[in-house]
Design a protein around this ligand. Structure first.
Ligand code: ATP
Ligand code: MG
Length: 198
């Protein structure tokens, strides 16, 4: 494998913003594969995910099923303890020995990267692809992230999709439509199982 992208997240639930960001990174960096990795126990969250790990995993699998470049991994769900990007990147480097490894994030997440577990080691294992996200400017990157890390971060400018999982959960709680914000098959499963209604 030459180019591998790893897209970490809580995916509570996955939405079209995640998918569009991963697709933009895949195209820009000419990746052979993007692996979506739902977090088991996210270390950066004050509250627990709203949906269970198995439902978040299944929704992610449904969302990526139609894209031949995309897949989903259980590695963080099956690993005990907090889900650290460092462990995940290290796992996939050993497994596939790709020439290039990228950790894909949105602009909001990359701003926090210095607080991540073993940040400097992580930065030596892979490059970061930060996809623009409405509400977060590129200027913030230089202000919030140390200069030594900036060369490891590549920003991809996209039209931007203003969708968050928080918005999706809020819409479901208040009985509103999530059509066209998530893949149809994701919406169908969420509604069938009654996820996120309370
Ligand atoms: P929440 O509102 O619960 O925080 P979220 O939509 O931010 O959910 P996460 O699972 O927290 O989704 O994010 C996983 C990764 O996807 C992060 O790197 C985040 O920056 C990125 N991401 C999420 N939504 C978008 C979007 N609309 N555009 C670009 N990147 C996104
Ligand atoms: Mg988020």
């Amino acid at each position: 494998m030459t180019g591998l992208g790893i897209m970490g997240g809580i995916f509570d639930p996955i939405h079209n913003g995640h998918l569009a960001a991963a697709e933009a990174a895949r195209e820009h960096c000419k990746l052979d594969r993007v692996i979506f990795v739902p977090a088991g126990n996210p270390p950066h969250r004050l509250s627990m995910p709203a949906a269970g790990a198995e439902d978040r995993y299944l929704l992610t699998a449904l969302a990526v099923a139609g894209n031949p470049y995309f897949s989903v991994s259980r590695v963080e769900l099956d690993r005990p303890g907090p889900s650290y990007a460092y462990d995940t990147v290290d796992h996939f480097r050993r497994l596939y020995k790709p020439e290039r490894v990228y950790f894909i994030t949105g602009m909001d997440a990359v701003l926090e990267v210095e607080s991540w577990y073993r940040a400097s080691d992580l930065m030596s294992l892979c490059r970061f692809i930060a996809v623009t996200r409405p509400g977060y400017t590129i200027d913030e990157l230089a202000r919030r992230v140390s200069r030594e890390y900036l060369p490891m971060i590549e920003v991809i400018t996209t039209p931007g999709i203003n969708i968050s999982s928080t918005t999706i959960r809020e819409r479901l709680r208040t009985g509103r439509s999530i059509n066209y914000l998530v893949p149809d098959i994701v919406a169908d499963y969420i509604l069938k199982e009654g996820l996120y209604v309370n």
